[in-house]
Design a protein around this ligand. Structure first.
Ligand SMILES: [Zn+2]
Length: 409
């Protein structure tokens, strides 16, 4: 396939830069590797002749390829610079193997294998060139497969002089630790009618529904007392916290829900004799149910406060991101385009309601519709992550076909 080599070379170049984000660092970017990758991309974008190439203090890189067709829509592509911080090496040492079937030995020294019985999805790629890890890190196809895709697309548009409207790109940091870069993206530098992310998942997957997400922090101040004079005085914040948690439906939790069901998830509990801090995530696809879940938290805290008048309860709820589908206006065309492109390429679309968020969920809050399509990789966030090169090529063909169809509308 014509662009496979370029895609592979770019991908290997980008994953060689370690760019794991760091959830403990409150600044954006949370790690210097992300800036290093952004600087490399900045140089490459300039060499490709893009306009308005701008790298800001948050390592957000934006650029524009001006259109050569009057009236064609302005389309954006967003990809993230960071790889997920997990308990693995931050150095990525990829290997390209021609997969002939069966188990794959990722690392003979350390005896790390990719076993077919644990990863049956591998079987369908027999006969293909696949990029694997060496078993000690993630691969970083999340999201450098998308960066390779977008950079190759820009190069093709230029050298093949293809017709297109304005194309904007944004490479953003710290997606994995709270969509931080996308939240800080200045839409004045990204003047698009709609945009796409190319994040996650196997050939054919399309996502335009994500959770609505809020994070909740509840603080409970008790009353401490010496046990000899505690009767009728002491208010134990741990027991108040337990009482509060017990008022939530034990079946509406991540471990008891799937599909389009939402949940409450207590994620943190830090307590001592004086105070108790609880952390919680609220997730729901449906806007009304999501708002009801938030209200239920407020009502429950009020009810517990009424039952423990001498304790002091406080609750904060912060919206983290929105369901992408909520930003679909009158015009579903940006989503329809995905299906038209897949159809043209003989790709069977697999629509997923994602039980999570993408950079598109953060952009959706700003009113910018940003659905997502596949990179072609599997097993994100683990050392079993792998990227079949023919799937990456299909992902690039999706990008090219979307632009082609959009320009011809
Ligand atoms: Zn990602």
């Amino acid at each position: 396939m014509p662009y496979t080599n370029e895609l592979k070379e770019r991908f290997l170049r980008y994953v060689a830069i370690s760019s794991e984000s760091n959830a403990k660092n409150p600044v954006v970017p949370s790690s210097e590797g992300q800036r290093e990758l952004a600087e490399l991309l900045q140089t490459q974008l300039q060499a490709l002749g893009l306009e308005a190439v701008e790298l800001n203090e948050h390592a957000i890189l934006t650029a524009k390829l001006p259109g050569n067709v009057e009236g064609a829509p302005s389309i954006g592509f967003v990809a993230h610079l960071d790889t997920v911080p997990v308990n693995l090496s931050a150095e990525v040492k990829p290997q390209v193997l021609h997969y002939t079937g069966g188990d794959v030995c990722l690392n003979p020294q350390k005896g790390i294998w990719l076993r077919l019985d644990e990863h049956p999805e591998l079987a369908q790629y027999a006969g293909q060139d696949i990029v694997f890890t060496d078993g000690t890190s993630v691969l970083g196809a999340d999201n450098k497969a998308a960066i390779a895709n977008v950079m190759t697309m820009l190069s093709i548009m230029q050298r093949e002089n293809r017709p297109h409207g304005d194309i904007y790109v944004a490479f953003v940091p710290d997606e994995e630790i709270g969509l931080c870069g996308a939240k800080l993206l200045d839409l004045e530098k990204f003047k698009v009618d709609f945009a796409y992310t190319i994040d996650c998942c196997a050939l054919g997957e399309i996502v335009y529904e994500t959770f609505n997400a809020a994070s909740v922090s509840i603080s409970i101040e008790g009353v401490t007392a010496h046990p000899m004079s505690a009767k009728g005085v002491l208010v134990n914040p741990l027991l108040v916290g337990m009482n509060l948690m017990s008022r939530f439906d034990a079946l509406q939790t991540p471990e008891h829900t799937d599909g389009k069901d939402g949940y409450w998830w207590f994620t943190d509990c830090e307590a001592n004799a004086a105070t108790c801090q609880l952390g919680m995530n609220i997730r729901d696809f449906d806007r009304t149910r999501y708002e009801e879940r938030k209200q239920f938290v407020l009502d429950t805290v009020a009810a517990v406060q009424a039952d423990y008048p001498r304790a002091k309860l406080d609750v904060k709820i912060v919206d983290v991101y929105n369901n992408i589908a909520d930003s679909i206006g009158q015009d579903r065309w940006p989503i329809d385009l995905l299906y038209q492109a897949a159809d043209k390429l003989n790709i069977t679309p697999n629509t997923i309601a994602m039980r999570g968020g993408t950079d598109g969920s953060a952009l959706s809050v700003k009113g910018l519709l940003t659905p997502n399509y596949f990179t072609g990789a599997h097993n994100f966030h683990s050392n079993a992550e792998f990227l079949p090169l023919p799937s990456l090529h299909k992902s690039l063909e999706m990008t090219l076909t979307i632009l082609d169809l959009a320009t011809k509308r």
